[in-house]
Design a protein around this ligand. Structure first.
Ligand code: AMP
Ligand code: ZN
Length: 465
């Protein structure tokens, strides 16, 4: 598989550290508000990457953190803690806010067929791990104490701006909002590993540490949680492009200083979802959520398809007009697939050809829009129904658009069958217990349902009369 790697800024052949195994890490949500559909674009594309790696035969271990502490309203270590701001807004405790929005996030993911990562770890579970990593960074001389906080010393690194081609604006994002420079910092790009003193010391959650009662900086959690569950070697780290600087840059600084060797080989960044005002963001307030799409009558999977229709490395502009076009396309596609008769035997060779063309699309830097067109190629292919349905089912393991749906009648039929089987079993139990009244009542009920029973040597069979 060829993947674009932000580290090196070019497409590269994907080769994991250990043959057949992929360690993958995803920056999880900051759970102070609902995820907006921009955040979810990133999680959809990461989900496709994970599922495609599995489809290609890799054994994937995917880890995700939940940021429930330490992410300040500016990425430059200043401002109020986002979680605390959420708690104040809703007059709840930080932990109540974290629980509510973590559940809301996974409920949105479920609606979008985004698989839950193998490991999901809230930052507040790992305070001891953060303290251990910070202690080692201090011991190795990569960190220093100033004004009660512990800082990472970026001047100790051979190179800090590892995602080198980012333009000045991108690089400035993290420091731009620091109207007042933190005078404890030795270098402009240094960042906080542990706070005991902050201008905003109303922080609700604090922990004992060797440096005093305090709380972790934002970046340390991803370095530690990844190491805890993926070990010292990470194959792919994912996130939205805004995370590349300073968050991912700082993660690399900490992890490699701590480990003493290269940490992560491939960095997968998803470009932003834009709306009429630019990048969709939680801080702008009135952002779009999955619930809002549902309240307007959209199936969340239409949004998934909307995302798959464009490449993850291109910004995607959202409008209801384009979503409407996708809704029409999705509806037509589902109807065409459900009209396929499941006849004949699967033609393995034909099936493999079609699957190979899907693989060729996704092997080329996860080209999902081309992958989707293969579904249409399958519909047009010179193949029997069984082969088409088999291939579509395989592709849907990655696309996850629920392409094969129960035909309207099938659902009703299977419900009826389940009800009949249940009544037959109850009648047999009543007869065994010599409860003739109940057995007769069940027989009458089955008659009303037009069910004809037949005793055979293998037991009772039934049909609709
Ligand atoms: P957050 O909950 O703010 O920590 O963000 C969760 C994920 O969504 C991160 O990977 C972000 O980089 C990503 N993200 C934030 N805004 C957008 C956007 N407008 N489009 C795509 N991804 C985004
Ligand atoms: Zn992260």
């Amino acid at each position: 598989m060829i993947l674009y790697n932000s580290l090196g800024q070019k497409k590269q052949e994907f080769v994991p550290f250990f043959e057949g195994k992929v360690n993958m890490y995803t920056c999880g949500p900051t759970v102070y508000h609902y995820a907006h559909i921009g955040n979810l674009r990133t999680y959809i594309m990461e989900d496709v990457l994970e599922k495609y790696l599995r489809f290609a035969g890799y054994d994937v271990n995917r880890v995700m953190n939940i940021t429930d502490v330490g992410h300040l309203s500016s990425d430059a270590d200043t401002g109020e803690d986002k979680m605390l701001a959420g708690a104040k807004r809703e007059h709840k405790s930080v932990m109540e806010i974290a629980k509510f929005y973590t559940d809301a996030f996974f409920s949105d993911c479920e609606k979008l067929n985004i698989k839950r990562p193998d490991v999901v770890e809230p930052a507040t579970n790992c305070i001891d791990d953060f303290i251990e990593m910070i202690t080692v960074l201090l011991d190795k001389g990569y960190a220093y104490l100033a004004g009660g906080n512990v800082y990472f010393d970026t001047s100790k690194l051979d190179s800090y701006y590892v995602f080198g081609n980012m333009n000045e604006d991108d690089l400035a994002v993290g420091v731009r909002e620091s109207v007042e420079e933190d005078e404890n910092k030795r270098n402009k790009t240094d960042f906080v590993l542990w706070f005991t003193k902050s201008k905003f010391d109303s922080q609700e959650l604090k922990w004992e540490s060797p440096w005093g009662l305090g709380y972790p900086g934002w970046h340390i959690e991803c370095s530690c949680i990844s190491k805890k569950h993926n070990g010292e070697y990470l194959d792919i780290h994912c996130g939205g492009i805004d995370n590349a600087f300073p968050h991912h840059t700082n993660e690399i600084a900490q992890s490699e200083a701590y480990l003493g060797h290269k940490w992560c080989n491939y960095w997968f960044h998803v470009l932003h979802l834009l709306d009429a005002r630019g990048k969709m963001s939680k801080s702008k307030g009135d952002f779009l959520t999955v619930s809002l799409l549902e309240s307007k009558g959209y199936d969340p999977l239409v949004y998934r398809m909307f995302c798959l229709q464009s490449h993850y490395r291109k910004p995607l502009t959202f409008s209801f007009e384009s979503l409407d076009n996708t809704a029409i396309a999705y509806d037509k596609l589902i109807k065409r697939i459900s009209s396929i008769e499941n006849e004949g035997e699967v033609d393995d060779q034909k099936a493999q050809e079609l699957i190979d063309s899907f693989k060729a699309a996704l092997d080329n830097d996860l080209n999902t829009s081309l992958g989707l067109t293969v579904v249409y190629d399958v519909l047009k292919a010179d193949a029997n129904g069984a082969t088409k349905l088999f291939v579509i089912g395989e592709l849907d393991k990655v696309l996850s658009l629920d392409l094969i749906q129960e035909k309207a009648g099938d659902g009703a039929d299977s419900e009826l069958a389940a009800e009949v089987e249940k009544l037959i079993a109850e009648r047999a139990a009543a007869r065994a217990a010599k409860d003739w009244a109940t057995a007769d009542a069940i027989r009458d009920r089955l008659k009303e349902m037009n069910v004809v029973l037949k005793d055979t040597k293998d037991g009772v069979t039934w049909s609709i009369g």
